[in-house]
Design a protein around this ligand. Structure first.
Ligand code: FMN
Length: 394
C-alpha cells in the first residue's frame, strides 16, 4: 500500500464525533493524516481527541505562531495533500468552499488544494437544511468541480427529525475512500478497453448519420484509468483531437461496424471494457458511392440496424472481463437501464441524461448487476463520473 497525505477538515456538526473513527481508521492504515478543525467543530469535539487518533497536532487557526511552513497552515499540508476530506461537511463550510471564500483555516486550505488532490465531502445536517435550495445548489457546484460527495444517508437525525441528513457510517466511508487512496496502483497490470466518441455512418461520400457525442466521457475515463496505473486501449469514433487522451494505444474508426471489428481485435487480454461510445443505431442500407442529388420530392433512405457492440462482445465472451455499458435515455431511465443491463449481460450500466451529450457535465446514475439499488450520482462533471465508474472496477 502506498502512504498518502490525507487532510481532514472537521466542521461544526453533531456528527463530528463520528469523524474520530474515520481519522483513526485512516491513520491505522498508515496514511499521514492531518486534521484541521473549524471553530464550531471545537464545540463538539476537543482537538486533543483528533490529535490522539491521528498521531499529529491538530490545526485550528490561520493565525498560528511559528516559523517557516508552520506560519502558513493554509498552505501546508494542503498543497501536498493527496486526499482532502471534509467531514462532517456543514452547510456553512460547503457554501464557503463552493463560493471560494477563505475566512477560516478549513475554507482557505480548500482553496490551496492542488488539482491532483482527490476532494471528498461528507454532508451531515438537519433534513430541512439539506433540502434547502441554497445548500443543494452549493452541493451541485462542488460536484461539478470534481468534489466527490459521500452521503448523506436517510434515517433518524440527532435533532429528532427523520430523513436525509445523517453522516454516512464511518466504516462505509472508509470503504468508499479506499480506492481513492490506492489510486496510482489500483489498476496496475490491468488492461482496459475503452470505446469512445460517436460513429459516423456514411450514406454517400459526404453525408452521414451521427450524433453529438464529443468523446469527452471516453477521454475522462482513459485519463482516470491511466492515473490508476492501467494499460489503456482506446477505440474512438471521429472526434476532435482535443478529446483524445495521450498515453494510450489509439485506434480510430468511423462506423459502428469498424468499431466492432476493432473491439474484437483489441479485446483479448482485457480485464474490463467501458462501452462509452455513442454508436449510431442505424446506417443507410445502401451506400451510394456518388453524392446523392438534391430533389424537391425529398429523399427516402432505407435504414439497417447496426450491430449492438456491447451485446455482441458480451455474448461472444471467451474470457472473463468486466463490462460496463452506457445508456442515454430521456424518459423511464431506470427501467430502461435495468432491461439493458440484463439483455446485454453487462456488469454495470451508467445511465446519462441527454443533457450530457457533448457537454462537460451530465446527470448520471449507476445500476450494478445483483442487488445494488439504482444509484443516482446527480449532475456531476465527466471527470467525476469517470472516477466513480473506475471505482466500480477497482
Ligand atoms: C447543536 C448544534 C448542532 C449543529 N449541527 C449541524 C449539522 O449537523 N450540520 C450543519 O451543517 N450545521 C450544524 N449546526 C450549525 C453549525 O454549527 C453552524 O452553521 C456553524 O457556523 C458551522 O460552522 P463551520 O462550518 O465553520 O464548522 C449545528 C449547530 C448547533 C448549535
Amino acid at each position: 500500500m502506498s502512504v498518502k497525505t490525507v487532510l481532514v477538515g472537521i466542521c461544526g456538526g453533531v456528527a463530528a464525533y463520528k469523524a474520530l473513527d474515520v481519522v483513526s481508521g485512516l491513520a491505522k492504515e498508515g496514511h499521514h493524516v492531518r486534521v484541521m478543525m473549524t471553530e464550531a467543530a471545537r464545540h463538539f469535539v476537543d482537538p486533543t481527541a483528533f490529535a490522539a487518533v491521528s498521531g499529529a497536532p491538530v490545526l485550528t487557526t490561520l493565525w498560528q505562531e511559528g516559523a517557516g511552513e508552520d506560519l502558513y497552515p493554509h498552505l501546508y499540508p494542503s498543497t501536498r495533500a493527496d486526499l482532502c476530506l471534509i467531514l462532517p461537511a456543514t452547510a456553512n463550510t460547503l457554501a464557503k468552499i463552493a463560493h471560494g471564500l477563505g475566512d477560516d483555516l478549513v475554507s482557505t486550505a480548500c482553496l490551496s488544494l492542488p488539482a491532483s488532490c482527490e476532494k471528498v465531502f461528507c454532508p451531515a445536517m438537519n433534513v430541512e437544511m439539506w433540502r434547502n435550495p441554497a445548500v443543494q445548489e452549493n452541493v451541485r457546484i462542488l460536484e461539478t468541480r470534481g468534489w466527490l460527495r459521500l452521503g448523506p444517508e436517510e434515517g433518524r437525525l440527532a435533532c429528532g427529525m427523520t430523513g436525509p441528513g445523517r453522516l454516512r457510517e464511518p466504516a462505509d466511508l472508509l470503504k468508499d475512500i479506499a480506492p481513492l487512496l490506492s489510486s496510482g496502483t489500483s489498476l496496475k497490470e490491468k488492461t482496459i478497453l475503452i470505446l469512445s466518441g460517436p460513429t459516423h455512418e456514411y450514406m454517400d461520400p459526404v453525408r452521414y448519420i451521427g450524433n453529438a457525442s464529443s468523446g469527452r466521457m471516453g477521454k475522462a475515463l482513459a485519463e482516470e484509468a491511466l492515473r490508476r496505473g492501467a494499460n489503456v486501449r482506446f477505440i474512438t469514433g471521429p472526434v476532435s483531437d482535443e478529446h483524445l487522451p495521450g498515453g494510450v494505444a489509439l485506434h480510430r474508426v468511423t462506423s459502428a461496424e469498424e468499431m466492432l471489428a476493432a473491439a474484437r481485435q483489441q479485446l483479448p487480454g482485457c480485464d474490463a471494457v467501458l462501452f462509452a461510445a455513442a454508436v449510431a443505431d442505424y446506417r443507410a442500407t445502401t451506400y451510394s458511392p456518388e453524392k446523392r442529388g438534391k430533389s424537391e420530392a425529398g429523399l427516402q433512405i432505407s435504414l439497417t440496424a447496426n450491430p449492438d457492440i456491447a451485446a455482441t462482445l458480451c455474448r461472444e465472451r471467451t474470457h472473463s472481463f468486466k463490462a460496463i455499458g452506457f445508456a442515454l435515455q430521456s424518459h423511464d431511465g431506470e427501467a430502461y437501464a435495468r432491461q439493458k443491463l440484463n439483455a446485454k449481460h453487462l456488469d454495470a450500466i451508467i445511465l446519462n441524461a441527454p443533457d450530457s451529450m457533448g457537454a462537460e457535465t451530465g446527470s448520471f446514475s449507476c445500476l450494478e448487476r445483483g442487488d445494488a439499488p439504482f444509484h443516482p450520482w446527480g449532475r456531476i462533471s465527466k471527470n467525476e463520473a469517470a472516477k466513480n465508474i473506475l471505482n466500480l472496477i477497482t
